[in-house]
Design a protein around this ligand. Structure first.
Ligand code: CTP
Length: 362
């Protein structure tokens, strides 16, 4: 565990960082909680510079011996509006109350910064040993349905499974979804889950009906597994390749680029692919992500394009055409297409041969 330069009997590592240490994995971020008011505590630390205070949330960022540390106050939370951000209740509550508001037992562990003792009120250590994901109470998914996707994320990342009761709670929730939820938070978890590029995760997502959290629609798992294509061709935005296959993701806040990827995928469907030239023209200028998505519709054509056609480029330019005495006109694009058709048949053509082909066209 990356250790902070600060010890106190009321100061604990909490959540993912304790879990990750037990799993011998690197943590993305280190959550630290002070039992009591963290802001007041920060003011008493000798030599600490207070960088930022968030009074309503009871959090504070300090700089100590060159290290920036975020400290949260223990707090309880309530979900007056189910599916949205919780409202912070009592700041400075007990460690136990702070822990019992959390999602899974494996994320409900605390470790003393002073003694290194691990506090485990919910059996999280055993659940890590048995690779089990268990919620802390029956309303967990009703309060915060993004936890269903978090469960999927942890199942992929660690190879853990829901216990029977948690799976039942998931099924119950999915048969009665409250669509008034924070789609920004849902998107964050979908991004973190599907950026792991796991077809197994997508299978679960679809077959268990988790996708219905996004919108009430029906979808069946495509027959073509695209995980290997993603590994081989290395597109930039992985999650959208999976989630964008669903018929309706309009509830998710997408970036311009993500939206274009999905739109381009839809516009590829139904296009004629009778020749290499048609295939080339369909995919030319289209995001790699959309092309890989299209592999769920026609994998052979996608592989043929990516392996054999994608890198074929004609060398001849408008300047070359002018030099052989053809004045600039709309005819140029016809000539380029004609040369391209020949080059797709014979990628070894040289520029001089392309020029001869252009002359022949005329
Ligand atoms: N948490 C929760 N419910 C959520 C999100 C978070 O109860 N919907 C709690 C969990 O105890 C979690 C902690 O807040 O461990 C910190 O959240 P986050 O940083 O998102 O989770 P990590 O467990 O640290 O996961 P990751 O490793 O993906 O950062």
């Amino acid at each position: 565990m990356s250790i902070i330069n600060l010890k106190d009997k009321n100061l604990y590592y909490i959540g993912g960082v304790v879990r990750d240490e037990l799993l011998d994995r690197k943590s993305f971020d280190i959550d630290i909680t002070y039992v009591g008011n963290a802001i007041e505590f920060a003011k008493t630390i000798p030599d600490a510079e207070i960088i930022q205070i968030n009074e309503p949330f009871g959090t504070v960022r300090i700089k100590l011996a060159g290290q920036e540390i975020d400290i949260a106050s223990t707090r309880c939370e309530t979900y007056p509006q189910k599916g949205h951000l919780p409202v912070v209740g009592d700041i400075g509550c007990s460690l136990k109350e702070d822990i019992l508001r959390r999602d899974f037992t494996i994320n409900a562990l605390a470790k003393s910064t002073l003694t290194g003792e691990i506090i485990d009120y919910t059996g999280g250590i055993d659940d890590i040993k048995t690779k089990t994901l268990k919620v802390l109470h029956d309303n967990s998914f009703i309060d915060d349905p993004t936890r269903i996707v978090r469960g999927l994320k942890f199942s992929v990342r660690f190879g853990f499974e829901f216990d029977e009761h948690t799976k039942k709670l998931q099924d119950n929730y999915l048969s009665n979804i409250n669509y008034d939820m924070s789609y920004k938070r849902l998107k964050k978890e979908l991004v973190e889950t599907f950026n792991l590029n796991s077809w197994t995760a997508f299978e679960k997502f679809v077959n268990e009906g988790i996708y219905k959290l996004i919108a009430p629609c029906n979808f069946t798992l495509p027959e073509v597994n695209i995980e290997n294509l993603i590994t081989k061709y290395k597109p930039e935005i992985l999650w959208i390749i999976y989630v964008g296959l669903l018929p309706d993701i309009s509830n998710l806040p997408l970036t311009k680029q993500e939206k274009k990827i999905v739109d381009d995928f839809h516009s590829l469907i139904g296009k004629s692919t009778n020749s290499d030239f048609e295939i080339y023209k369909n995919f030319e200028g289209v995001n790699l992500e959309s092309i890989i998505m299209f592999a769920t519709v026609n994998p052979e054509i996608v592989k043929h394009y990516l392996d054999n056609l994608r890198n074929i480029k004609i060398e001849i330019t408008g300047k070359d055409l002018q030099e052989i005495g053809i004045p600039p006109s709309s005819k140029y694009s016809e000539i380029f297409d004609y040369v391209l058709k020949e080059k797709l048949k014979n990628p070894a053509l040289t520029k001089a041969q392309e020029i001869e082909i252009a002359k022949k066209y005329l």
